[in-house]
Design a protein. Structure first.
Lengths: 405, 405
């Protein structure tokens, strides 16, 4: 389907590279104005221009920023605010009424977890008023405010989350525009022969996302799935919408048991040995992890020496560092080990639960190619393995070939 | 008096050049942290860094900004927001707790005149809470918000107005830091031999400001005068406070009848000839001028031909353009003339009302030097004349010599 054939109410989201300079902003403004002139109702969500966020973080570090996320959030939020005002001006220059709204003005009420706030609700009153007046509404992505008016940011994938949450609340479809063509079976930077998927289910996408596909954050897909919002992911200003990937409840063509392979970089193994198996230590450790706001996956327990147990879990390098820095050995009673240099590989597909032999194909393929794997976990639609970093490319290539991805 | 000897509650305002780069921000942060460590209560008001505002305006023009001041206000407000977050981080890096507040967060409730909003009130609840917690509060200058949460800016001299209004509301003294040493008898760029004033009264300063001295906007001095807030104007980070100028109700040393000469550049004469003298036209013209939010000064009426009247007023070039662009000759019935290329010169001093002969000294001095003057107006503390632009330097020099400035 081509864009011109649509007649919808849509949320369009443009990432930083799509609005990196004045010419790009003008091109997007023209596109949005054309949509509006065709009678579509459009809400646009935009990120900060190009490298703005990184530049602001660099400035903050230069003045001695240590850990005041409240100030950093207020600083970073200016990036999106600048983009949306410029975009609104550029849309008006195309003869279409437009208005920009900050996260606060757009009604994004969040928790007070600075730097990784959660959206509690969206009060659409103000936004709806402007839509009713026939305006294109341009909303600053990545940001919201607490009930007290403190500016917050939503953390990784924040602007995507803004767009999807808004689409969910409005009941509209959501188009996420970026600088890639769509979702691939494998990250093309890791495996250049990877194929682009015309569609993918929410569940598969969530697995791909949470397992490191790097295209959409899990939380966005979660929201889309929860409210059954059709997501589209594709290249900005590409008029042919068959070139991107649709993310939806059920795939249109369910031809492949395996949808793709995703890679989560910078993985660390954390291990505590020979602990008393009475739950006390584990309780304390889990409290620490929760306090640090870390979601760990793949926790396992093995028998240790003399009735004691070993306890292993995986997380990314940054999180592992956070744990190590906040882990007081005296308080917890046992030393914690950290081993770096891993990646987590996941084979994803709704066919996994219905096609037998997939796990064994994976393990055989790796073994035949001399690739060592550490931890295996599986869900209804995925099989994940931890492997050493240097085996990454090889493992992806042999598995992609084995499953014809 | 040296700063170290003070023990006060103060509002300090830093302009764009004082916070132009990271090193300057850090230097100011150290100074503010030192004040706080000495037990002073400090609220800091800051402008956007260096040329940020101009750069944002340039970006807006590039994307096709025409007249949407609502969007421009939201865009420009990010400049100050960035400065204050960085400054708060830098103060915290000095070991002193600090928090930044946007205009909205600091409680600045304004009219909805975008680009030149007026402060209606300041709700100090939030700011006071942070002060009570022992923090340095860093407030974004130049901005506020309407009751509906729309971001506004205060127009020319906006950050100074923020600082003085805050000082007035808190009942504190206000230090305005800039890149000049203080208030001079004449703008040193026009007359290099000008002398710096140790103090000046509110009334004199208002005349100097409204008549183009370019150091402080009239509205700031108005507020200071209304609430009797002592203002200090001087160079940022200069520790010796005897080097700047104090602005207060009464001068400490009242030795000179004339305080200074101020120059208002880019003046235009607007004239309508031979109108019926029944008030109808004037009423309509005044309504237009009010709608355009222009304050004109020096209006005069002369006899025209056959019982009709001529009508002349003065305003700056930009305002004159605005009037011409919005003046519909058909609707008003008379053509309006505009003559460019003037400046307004004002001789200011509380001595004018008590020392006779000052007006005649001015006029004689100009005539003897072959300088033609057009319109003369006088107030209790000033005499103003419109002269041709090319006579500016000469007129300032001969008058400064005549009054030993």
């Amino acid at each position: 389907m081509f864009r011109k054939e649509r007649k919808e109410m849509i949320v369009e989201k443009y990432g930083g590279t799509s609005v990196a300079d004045v010419d790009k902003i003008k091109a997007i403004a023209k596109h949005v104005a054309d949509l509006k002139k065709c009678g579509e109702n459009v809400v646009v969500v935009a990120s900060a221009m190009g490298k703005t966020t990184n530049k602001l973080i660099a400035l903050a570090k230069e003045v001695g920023y240590a850990k005041n996320d409240r100030e950093l959030d207020s600083l970073l939020s200016t990036g999106e605010q600048q983009t949306v005002t410029l975009l609104a001006m550029a849309i008006e220059a195309q003869g279409v009424p437009a208005i920009s709204l900050t996260g606060y003005q757009a009604g994004f009420i969040t928790s007070n977890h600075h730097a990784h706030a959660r959206i509690k609700d969206i009060d659409l009153t103000n936004l709806q008023k402007h839509l009713n007046e026939g305006k294109v509404v341009v909303v600053a992505g990545f940001q919201g405010a607490t009930e007290n008016g403190e500016i917050t940011t939503l953390g990784r994938g924040g602007s995507d989350t803004t767009a999807v949450a808004l689409a969910a609340k409005l009941g509209w479809n959501c188009y996420i525009y970026t600088d890639v063509d769509g979702v691939y079976t494998v990250d093309p930077r890791v495996y250049p022969k990877a194929k682009k998927l015309p569609s993918i289910t929410y569940k598969e996408m969530m697995q791909m996302a949470s397992l490191g596909s790097g295209v959409l954050e899990t939380r966005c897909v979660e929201i889309a799935s929860k409210y059954n919002i059709q997501l589209y992911l594709g290249r900005a200003l590409e008029e042919d919408l068959s070139k991107g990937t649709y993310i939806m409840e059920h795939k249109q063509i369910e031809d492949m048991p395996i949808t793709g392979i995703s890679v989560k970089e910078d993985y660390a193994i954390m291990r505590v040995r020979n602990i008393d198996n009475n739950g006390e230590y584990i309780g304390k450790l889990f409290k620490l992890i929760a306090d640090l706001n870390i979601n760990i996956d793949t926790i396992s327990q093995q028998e240790g020496e003399a009735g004691k147990v070993n306890f292993t879990f995986y997380c990314n390098t940054t999180q592992s560092e956070l744990i190590v820095n906040n882990y007081d050995e005296k308080k917890y009673g046992y030393p914690i080990e950290r081993i770096l240099g891993f990646v987590k590989l996941s084979v994803v597909g709704v066919g996994i639960s219905t096609h037998s032999g997939i796990a064994s194909t994976i393990l055989n393929t790796l073994t035949q190619n001399g690739i060592r794997y550490y931890q295996i976990t599986s869900s209804e639609i995925s099989v994940s393995l931890t492997i050493e970093k240097h085996d990454k490319e090889k493992a992806v290539a042999v598995l992609a070939e084995a499953f014809d991805l």
